[in-house]
Design a binder for this molecule. Structure first.
Ligand code: PHE
Length: 359
């Protein structure tokens, strides 16, 4: 015989209202609605009743279960809100405190000299601990610039929105070229289709520099680049690269290898080695990928490089018979991730000062 559940529901509601945390709620839920609960047992026994009684008993049972379920959900909501409020309180930054301290330190305030000294020291400490700093990616970019400036390079820049000429064509990637597909380009809805885009690499800066300056040219060009990648632990749709370009007489692949080696040692430390692996880029010939050695003996891919393709020089009005060059490009964010052993690159764009203030 299935009786009413008023008392059970009332008990459950009372216990849930008093539950101190989410674990307690889960325990009560198990007691009341779990496999060994009174409700579940009663449901199993519905079959023993005759058809006339069964419908009414089932309805009463479902109604009671529904009320307990609602009470469970309400308790969860209450505790989650409390948890959030507690976290907000714990992580709150008091931006007025410094102002208060500064107010009290005004010469017109009558303070005991020892108290004044103590408050002044607190204010000084707060100022030191909350002093701003550069983003780790900016720090990496600055250090890279320093290393290359030390090697005689100057820093160049180009626009983040580019035309197909600079991002592809002048770099020896005509519109029919399959390499266009490999750049996962984000196009801008302007002009002819696929004519204007967010630059998918920093290589267009090579073209912009060579159009304006006659060789010898030694530049690095750091900057933001964009691809249709979905953000995950190792990718961001907006990331940073640094491009290098050297154009001079009698430049060889040996100069390229030596420059990369020198840079890698200056940036990562004397013990780190570099190597080139044959690869393909339409704008360099021959092309290579370059890796750096890790402490465990394995190699990590850093970027692409090669001898500037004669067509690229010609496209900029530079005679490839007279001048040769090498170019390289690699990701700055990746480098910062590696250097600081960060396990999710998205941390760089969360703007969480607790993360950023570590660097
Ligand atoms: N632009 C290439 C990329 O983004 C890298 C590269 C730069 C390769 C210069 C060769 C020379 O993949």
């Amino acid at each position: 015989m299935i009786e009413g559940y008023e008392q059970d529901v009332a008990d459950a509601e009372e216990r849930l209202a008093a539950a101190a945390d989410l674990d307690a709620v889960a325990g009560i839920e198990r007691d009341m609605l779990g496999r060994r609960s009174k409700f579940t047992e009663a449901k199993r026994r519905l079959g023993e009743l005759d058809a006339g009684e069964r419908a009414a008993a089932g309805r009463r049972l479902n109604e009671a279960r529904g009320r307990v379920e609602a009470a469970v959900a309400a308790a969860r909501g209450r505790l989650a809100a409390a948890d959030r409020a507690e976290r907000y309180a714990a992580e709150r930054l008091d931006l007025t405190e410094r102002l208060d301290l500064a107010e009290r330190l005004r010469p017109t305030e009558r303070l005991h000299p020892a108290e004044r000294l103590r408050l002044a020291e607190r204010l000084r400490q707060q100022a030191v601990s909350s002093r701003g700093r550069f983003h780790p990616v900016t720090q990496a970019r600055d250090r890279l610039e320093d290393v290359f400036v030390g090697m005689g390079y100057t820093v160049a820049e180009g626009p983040e929105v580019e035309t197909a000429w600079y991002n592809f064509e002048a770099l020896n990637i005509p519109d029919w070229h399959p390499a266009r597909g490999s750049f996962d380009t984000i196009f801008v809805d302007l002009g002819a289709p696929e004519e204007v885009m967010l630059r998918s690499h920093t290589s267009p800066v090579q073209i912009r520099v060579m159009e304006k300056r006659k060789p010898p040219v030694y530049i690095v060009a750091p900057g933001r680049t964009f691809r249709t990648d979905t953000a995950d632990a190792t990718h961001l749709p907006a990331f940073n690269q640094i491009e290098g370009l050297a154009v001079d007489r009698n430049i060889t692949m040996g100069d390229l290898a030596g420059t990369i080696d020198e840079f890698v040692r200056a940036f990562f430390g004397r013990e780190v080695k570099s190597r080139l692996r044959p690869s393909y880029f339409p704008f360099t010939e021959p092309s290579a990928e370059f890796d750096i050695s890790r402490p465990d003996g394995s190699w990590l891919e850093l970027g692409g490089c090669g001898m500037v393709h004669p067509n690229v020089l010609s496209n900029c009005g530079i005679d490839p018979e007279e001048w040769q060059g090498f170019a390289f490009g690699f990701g700055i964010d990746r480098l910062a991730v590696m250097r600081h052993e960060i396990d999710d690159i998205r941390e760089f764009v969360n703007s969480d000062t607790r993360f950023l203030s570590q660097f």
